[in-house]
Design a protein around this ligand. Sequence first.
Ligand code: HEC
Ligand SMILES: [Ca+2]
Length: 488
Amino acid sequence: MFLVFASAGLGLACVGASGSSANAQPAEANPQRAQAINLTRAYAENCASCHGQDGSGGGAGTQTLNTEELFDQKHDRRFFDAIKNGLPDNGMPAFGETMSDEAVWGLVVKVREMQARALRTKNGSPTPVNGVYKSKRHDFKVETVITEGLNTPWGIDWLPDGRMLVTNRNGVLKLYDANHKLIGDINGIPTSLEMGQGGLMEVTVHPEYDKNGWIYLAYTEPAKEGRGGLTKIVRGKLVSRSQPPVWSGQETIYEGKQEYYTGAGVHFGSRIVFDKDGYLFFAIGERGSNMGAQSLATPFGKIMRLNADGTVPKDNPFVGTADADPAVWTYGHRNQQGLVFDLEGKLWTTEHGPRGGDELNQVKKGSNYGWPVVAWSINYNDAPFRTPWPKDDMKVEQPVFRWLPSIGACGLDLARGTAFPNWSGDLLAGGLAGQNLDRIRVKDGKLVEREELLHNLGRIREVAVHKDGTIYVALNSPNHIIRLVPAK
Ligand code: HEC
Ligand SMILES: [Ca+2]
């Protein structure tokens, strides 16, 4: 099993919570004290004498922390308690008197970063031998299918006849034939705003396309006045008298109030999936609003549920709640850029933390996922941020898996189809900064297996499983689409 290492971070400043509602109070009583600490310095001054600069131990006979056994999320709480309360039997002092809980958690994140670095050096990355990648349950090859003409490819889906649609963040929707030959760019799609991480994002073909011809898009729509934009969901059809076909008959499925169109260039979410009953689920990130994710009124940091025509289902969880957007299904997310149903009909999402603490969450009706009140992350500037555990009676749904360090989670699909039968039902999660493709198996709500299939081929923005089971991956830098096929 290969382990994930991402040192680059996401290159964004996290500004911390700035809300004003009653539950906006961060868990730490004195956040200034927490913010002032630089965790690299705190580790060097308090820990390195025993644990070494890189966690490999040595001082006063201290063992290395950089083992596969200790690099496991099941030890998160144990590590936190050890740093806070000390290990008197081992001679490790307690730091809870002098450090906030946020700083103690921040040191767990620092330890995780050191472990990941050391284990990457030791284990390397998945590497093909004679073109074949060996992995636990399948051997596979990587084929490059598209190298030309892409510009930050973001979403991939297929029409039932095998033609492939690919969104490019700069606003271009490309159509390819079943052999990946370009048919052309689709004319007539809405104008999107490429701003920071936003632009033309997701394309999803309706599961009953043969009957209704609908294709759904998520994109950043420019504000009517002034600057900024917001994720909007539309559907339309391909009129195919011309080649390439033209987008027509467009209908709006979801658009937020203009007051929520913002100039922040971050956290657009934007994935779209359907469940087996035909409901439409989509994600909108928190757009740098932080506490906006905790407000049911805003579209920020939400997973929404609508009927396929954009009307609100009566049994949505907040339909009767004053001031709530009735489309809201779950809240307290940060930037959900992966969304998929599994074989049992459970909905999964991957989302970005700032530094440390990207999450794999099971999406449960009406639940709060915590952002920004609880988080598994530290700030980009090496300062503590939060702890993962709520201090008051706030009810938070916790991730089944968290990536520490962060991978910049983006793109999520489910292994299915005939190509890789031993992976059937496993989640396939991509990472931008982590440049990784992970295979994740969950049973009864618990992580049971995780394996890194790819690392270091490029930033992974989209993972899309073809109906034959081959796994398509959209890379950014280089702008390529590759696919995993079985090794014969
Ligand atoms: C005086 C030496 C000493 C100092 C200072 C020290 N530790 Fe430790 N630490 C130990 C020893 C000893 C162990 C037990 C493992 C071993 O026997 O090598 C340990 C264990 C740990 C563990 C693993 C706990 C577990 O449950 O397995 C973590 C995490 C840890 N230390 C983090 C830190 C951090 C972070 C700091 C600084 C804030 C720190 N330590 C400071 C000596 C020290
Ligand atoms: Ca969370």
